[in-house]
Design a binder for this molecule. Structure first.
Ligand code: ADP
Length: 541
């Protein structure tokens, strides 16, 4: 837009410039008709004047077409010169006749184009002045006065029409600009929102080609590639649990509304991840009017639910196994107690039967109590309740464990050795977790050893303190060594089955070791004994 003018397209200015050149060219043959008296020649002032007007006029128009005025002053000068030629043509060649209307309309339009309303008024004032001069030059010609007045009024009318039309157009283009700005703000808002979402978002067109995606999508797909324009089926090569490939795009097309699928698997970097894909068709209100059935594209939200799903499945399985494991002792205890009750009611209860029944019920209740204990330790560890670390005096901890379990070992006629040679110092870790871990090893060692000894050995191993519980018990077969950390696993060995156990102890111990950022090392030989050990960093490395 040139300063002071109205906002119109560049093409409008170009067309106006060409019209400004064509007009004087057309006026030349018209003037010839005047010159030869075919048309009214009352204003014609002779050939010399005619050429003196037309030659510079055509030259100016040519210059304006080839080299349009680049600044405001250039435009003012050229427009004024053009006005002067038209005025001279009216006064000395044609008078206020048909070509004048065309010429002046063009002038009016050009002035309005560059100088808006002020240009329009100036142009109309000039016109009135020219009409007055013309009337003065031809005094006494009443017809001329009338024709000049009508011509001036026609031009004024054209001026009003031009200005009204231009205002309407200007209002339209301002509205367009406003709505474009609004739209781009809206787009920026949506882009910011999508980019800041933690979930991966991909939007496709109706053919399934990617149009928009966010950083989380690149993260999930583990790529830096530009996804724009690529087909969604190429990007999401998913398959079901049965390994059969799933045409995800066909899937979207089948459904009308929002759908969620969480049974899809995808290979990313040698890893199989479980995806949850929420897809919704995108329908613009415009396309809904046209074809209600087909959407303009699809919006997908992708989530890696591998961890959540496996945790969920693990939890479900755990609950089912725990309830199964609890059922047997509860049934046995309940059955024994109700038998005793019945016998008491009948009054024929031998003392030894009563003792055996109560011992059996007690054993089952003890089993239940051990299991509840193990479960509560597990739940504590999983919820991170005793995660807090504290400096622990290693020797003190081992002595207290020894004092706690020596009576049990002595009761079974086992030697319990505490071997804590050298300087042990302190370690900083969770006291509860470490205590429960070692206690688990010690109680197992006592449980699975019939004769001989058990030893709690604590020693310095470079920057680490190693805790080892050794026994001379029944030992663990090679095949069992790989399974003893599974939940509820108990060896099939009859000697294991003779003892009461939940099969949860080592599963909990492994969880605790993980919490303490260490691993349990097992060494064992069937019928010779076992050793369980963990190492933790000493405070004074
Ligand atoms: P539980 O002792 O309650 O059966 P655990 O999880 O503590 O459960 O142990 C799992 C299995 O590992 C036991 O059933 C047993 O077969 C074997 N086991 C654990 N510690 C020892 C040990 N010191 N000696 C021999 N076998 C052991």
């Amino acid at each position: 837009m040139t300063s002071g003018g109205i906002s119109v397209k560049q093409q409008t200015r170009q067309v106006t410039r060409f019209a400004a050149l064509v007009l004087p060219l057309l006026l030349i043959p018209y003037s010839w008709l005047i010159h030869t008296n075919i048309l009214d020649a009352s204003h014609y002032a002779g050939n010399t004047v005619f050429f003196a007007i037309m030659a510079p006029w055509v030259i100016l128009s040519l210059i304006q077409v080839i080299f349009p005025a680049s600044n405001k002053y250039g435009i003012v000068f050229r427009l004024s010169a053009y006005h002067a030629f038209v005025v001279a043509y009216i006064l000395f060649v044609s008078g206020f006749t048909t070509p004048f209307i065309a010429a002046w309309s063009l002038l009016l339009f050009a002035t309005y184009l560059y100088f808006a309303e002020s240009g329009l008024y100036l142009n109309l004032i000039t016109l009135a002045a020219v009409a007055m001069i013309d009337i003065a030059l031809h005094l006494g010609d009443d017809l001329l006065v009338l024709s000049d007045t009508i011509s001036v009024l026609s031009i004024v009318l054209i001026g009003i029409v031009i200005s009204v039309l231009a205002r309407i157009q200007e209002a339209d283009s301002a509205e367009l600009l406003r709505s474009k700005a609004k739209e781009s703000l809206q787009r920026d808002r949506i882009n910011t929102l999508i980019n800041n979402l933690a979930d991966a978002v991909i939007s496709t067109d109706e053919k399934g080609n990617v149009q928009v995606y966010n950083a989380a999508a690149l993260n999930l797909l583990d790529t830096n590639d530009n996804l724009n324009g690529r087909h969604i089926n190429k990007i999401l090569q998913v398959h079901g649990k049965d390994g059969q490939p799933v045409n995800i795009f066909e899937d979207f097309k089948q459904t009308r509304g929002m759908t969620v699928r969480d049974d899809l698997l995808m290979e990313i970097e040698d890893e199989t991840i479980r995806l949850e894909i929420t897809s919704s068709p995108i329908r613009s209100s415009y396309s809904r009017l046209k074809k209600p059935a087909s959407p303009d594209g699809y919006m997908l939200i992708l989530r890696d639910v591998t961890k959540a799903k496996s945790l969920e499945e693990e939890r479900d399985e755990f609950i089912s196994v725990v309830s199964h494991e609890l059922r047997t002792p509860i049934t046995v205890a309940e059955g024994t107690i109700s038998n005793v009750q019945l016998m008491v009611e009948r009054g024929n209860l031998p003392q030894d039967t009563l003792e055996r029944s109560l011992a059996s019920a007690h054993e089952q209740v003890m089993f239940l109590s051990r299991m509840v204990n193990d479960l509560s330790t597990l739940s504590r560890a999983e919820r991170g309740i005793a995660d807090a670390s504290e400096p622990i005096n290693v020797r003190e901890l081992c002595e207290s464990l020894y004092n706690e379990y020596a009576p049990q070992a002595t009761k079974k006629k086992l030697h319990f050795n505490l071997d804590t040679a050298g300087k042990l110092g302190t370690i900083t870790t969770s006291r509860l977790y470490l205590h429960e871990l070692l206690q688990n090893f010690i109680t197992n060692a006592i449980k699975y050893t019939k004769e001989g000894s058990i030893t709690l050995l604590v020693e310095r191993d470079g920057p680490m303190i190693r805790f080892e519980v050794k026994d001379t018990g029944i030992g663990i077969s090679k095949s069992d060594q790989g399974k003893i950390f599974n939940k509820f696993y108990r060896s099939e060995d009859y000697r294991t089955r003779e003892t009461g156990g939940t099969g949860l102890g080592l599963y909990v111990a492994a969880k605790l070791a993980k919490k303490l950022k260490t691993t349990i090392e097992v060494k064992s030989r069937l019928n010779h004994g076992s050793s369980f050990s963990v190492a933790l960093p000493a405070d004074d490395k």
